[in-house]
Write a protein that binds this ligand. Structure first.
Ligand SMILES: *[C@@H]1O[C@H](CO)[C@@H](O)[C@H](O)[C@H]1NC(C)=O
Ligand SMILES: *[C@@H]1O[C@H](CO)[C@@H](O)[C@H](O)[C@H]1NC(C)=O
Length: 328
């Protein structure tokens, strides 16, 4: 899995820190998938919100915004995906705090609260961060086969979304090193290097995210970095007396009242629950992997990782299976 990236631009760690500090005055909220969370926003002092217009919006990467909730006195309207999941907390007359229930993968990002009363408007920005894990993905077809839309579909099929720059950057700070370039949700193509080496952008470039910049979304093809968050259900290795081919694996999970696990499930269980199992098992995309959180001889001896065996012939009866039981 090695390529020569002669034209890779390096984004240095130091220049990225600035971005983190710029948001220092902003409020950050950390949450898990499935949580109910509150995004704080209130008027100071004696002033009352009565008669003010309150608008909550989510800021998108292309600097457009999506309405979340607009309130004018007793009249309130919620929008799109948020329609049945948001309300104002309204603990007192000054409070415009937003509640979002049942957080999901797409909810992370920056939200803006605007209180408009014509005299002194108030604006608060809140960053919502989801606890999760970023993983690189390439399909059965092989490396560098996904345009942007394929990349979005590939992540969705693995119970994930295309990762943001901040999410990949966070994972790089935790030691992620991956020498294949993948899409991010801002339409750029990047890859994280912690141990600079010749085939991955060169030894003289410093560690960091190597950035190809924005690529043509319809005809450029790369891998993708997906992001997923904590599981709402149970991920497990199905104990069976013999090894299975792919179809048998799918059916074995069904008979157990579950479904064959997705790649996002194995990463979430490994990273967020410390799941460890030294048995190669089928996953829904036809790949075979196993999660190791305690490195040991014969089981990923040098690092904690989700080991990738490959996309074997689906007829081979050589592997076990990982299942996922959604919580109802
Ligand atoms: C979140 O709020 C909803 C509706 O208000 C409630 O039914 C649910 O139990 C809450 N979930 C959690 C995890 O607190
Ligand atoms: C992407 O490539 C297609 C096909 O070559 C071209 O028609 C399109 O204009 C390109 N898009 C951008 C944004 O450059």
């Amino acid at each position: 899995m090695i390529v020569l990236f002669s034209f890779a631009l390096v984004v240095f760690a130091s220049s990225l820190h600035v971005k983190a500090q710029d948001s220092g005055s902003r409020i950050k909220v950390y949450a898990n998938r499935g949580d109910n969370i509150t995004l704080p926003c209130r008027l100071d002092g004696q002033s009352s919100l009565f008669g003010n217009r309150i608008k909550w919006a989510k800021l998108e990467d292309d600097s457009s915004e999506t309405n979340v909730l607009i309130s004018m006195g007793l009249h309130k309207k919620t929008y799109g995906d948020f329609q049945d999941r948001v309300y104002l907390l309204e603990v007192d007359d000054n409070d415009a705090t937003l509640v979002i229930t049942d957080l999901d993968l797409n909810d992370y990002g920056t939200y803006r609260c605007e209180i408009i009363n014509g005299m002194n408007d108030k604006i608060v920005e809140v960053d919502l961060e989801l606890q999760g894990v970023v993983f690189p993905y390439s399909p059965r077809l092989g490396r560098y086969n996904l345009n942007f839309q394929d990349a979005e579909t590939a992540c969705l099929e693995q119970d994930a979304v295309v990762a943001s720059f901040e999410q990949l950057y966070g994972e790089w700070r935790n030691g992620m090193d991956w020498c294949n370039a993948g899409w991010l949700n801002d339409g750029t193509v990047q890859y994280p290097i912690t141990k600079p080496r010749e085939p991955c952008g060169g030894v003289r470039t410093s560690a960091g995210l190597r950035n190809y910049g924005r690529q043509n979304k319809s005809n450029s093809r790369y891998d993708v970095f997906c992001f997923t968050a904590s599981l709402k259900g149970r991920f497990y290795y199905l104990i069976l007396p013999k090894k299975l081919n792919f179809d048998e694996a799918v059916n074995a999970c069904k008979r157990d009242g579950a479904e064959i696990a997705k790649v996002g499930h194995i990463y979430a269980a490994w990273k967020l629950q410390g799941y460890d199992r030294c048995d190669a098992g089928w996953l829904a995309d036809g790949s075979v992997r196993y999660p190791i959180s305690r490195p040991r001889k014969n089981c990923s001896p040098t690092e904690a990782a989700v080991r990738f065996v490959g996309f074997p012939d689906k007829k081979q009866k050589l592997y076990g299976v990982y299942c996922y039981k959604p919580q109802l």
